[in-house]
Design a protein around this ligand. Structure first.
Ligand SMILES: *[C@@H]1O[C@H](CO)[C@@H](O)[C@H](O)[C@H]1NC(C)=O
Ligand SMILES: *[C@@H]1O[C@H](CO)[C@@H](O)[C@H](O)[C@H]1NC(C)=O
Ligand SMILES: *[C@@H]1O[C@H](CO)[C@@H](O)[C@H](O)[C@H]1NC(C)=O
Length: 198
C-alpha cells in the first residue's frame, strides 16, 4: 500500500516534470499569442510617427549581450483604412537600408498582420501585437512570424527619444524572458546619428 502510494507519487512527479519540460520547450519555440498582452484601448492615431529601436529581443539573436547593433528608427504612418505604412531605416556600412512594409489591422485594436502576405509564400502567419505603450515615451511591440519550418519571435522596445529609463528596459527584459527568450537573445542598441536623424 505504502509502496503503491510512493510509486504513484513518483510517477506523478515524473509526469509533472515531463509536462513542465515540454511546455517550457513549447514556450521557447512558440509562445501562444493569446498569452501575449495587448495595450488596452489601443489608439492607432497616437501610436503614429517616429520611434527609435532601443532594445531588440529576437529568437535568432545568439550572443545578445556581446553583440552590437546600431540604433535604427521605425516610422508608423496611418492610412485611412487603419493600416500602417511602417518604414525602418537602418545604418548599413556606408549607406542606409530602408525597409518598408504595411501592417493591416487584425482581430483586435493593437493587433496587426502583414498586408501582402501572399508575396511571401513561406510565411504562414505574421502577427504583430502592441504589448504596451504610453504613446509619448515608449512602446513594446511583439512579432510572431510562423514560417514553413520555423517560428521567429521578435520583441522591440521603442522610444520616442534615443534613451529610456532603466526601469523600462528592465520591464522589457522581464517581458522578453516571460515568453521564453533569454539574455542571449536581447540587445540594447548603440545610439548613433547616421541615417536615423534624417
Ligand atoms: C557566440 O557564442 C558562441 C557559442 O557560445 C561562441 O562560439 C562565439 O564565439 C560567440 N560569439 C561572440 C561574438 O561572442
Ligand atoms: C502608404 O504607402 C502607400 C503606397 O506606397 C501610399 O500610396 C500611401 O500614401 C502611404 N500612406 C501614408 C499615410 O503615407
Ligand atoms: C494568425 O494567427 C492569429 C492568432 O492565432 C490569428 O488571429 C490570425 O487570424 C492568423 N492570421 C492568418 C493570416 O492566418
Amino acid at each position: 500500500m505504502a509502496l503503491g502510494l510512493l510509486w504513484l507519487g513518483l510517477t506523478l512527479l515524473g509526469a509533472l516534470q515531463t509536462q513542465a519540460k515540454d511546455s517550457f520547450l513549447k514556450l521557447i519555440l512558440s509562445p501562444s499569442l493569446s498569452t501575449v498582452p495587448l495595450q488596452p484601448h489601443f489608439r492607432d492615431d497616437q501610436f503614429q510617427g517616429k520611434w527609435y529601436a532601443i532594445g531588440v529581443a529576437e529568437s535568432t539573436i545568439q550572443n545578445g549581450t556581446e553583440s552590437q547593433l546600431e540604433m535604427y528608427s521605425t516610422t508608423f504612418e496611418l492610412n485611412d483604412d487603419h493600416s500602417y505604412n511602417v518604414t525602418s531605416i537602418m545604418p548599413k556600412e556606408d549607406t542606409c537600408d530602408l525597409w518598408i512594409r504595411t501592417l493591416s489591422p487584425s482581430v483586435r485594436p493593437g493587433q496587426f498582420t502583414l498586408s501582402n502576405m501572399q508575396d511571401y509564400p513561406e510565411i504562414r502567419n505574421y502577427t504583430v501585437k502592441v504589448v504596451a505603450t504610453n504613446y509619448k515615451q515608449f512602446g513594446v511591440v511583439f512579432l510572431k512570424m510562423v514560417l514553413t519550418n520555423s517560428v521567429h519571435i521578435e520583441i522591440t522596445l521603442y522610444g520616442r527619444a534615443k534613451e529610456l529609463s532603466p526601469e523600462l528596459k528592465e520591464h522589457f527584459v522581464k517581458f522578453s524572458k516571460s515568453v521564453g527568450l533569454t539574455d542571449d537573445n536581447i540587445i540594447f542598441t548603440d545610439p548613433i546619428e547616421k541615417c536615423i536623424d534624417e
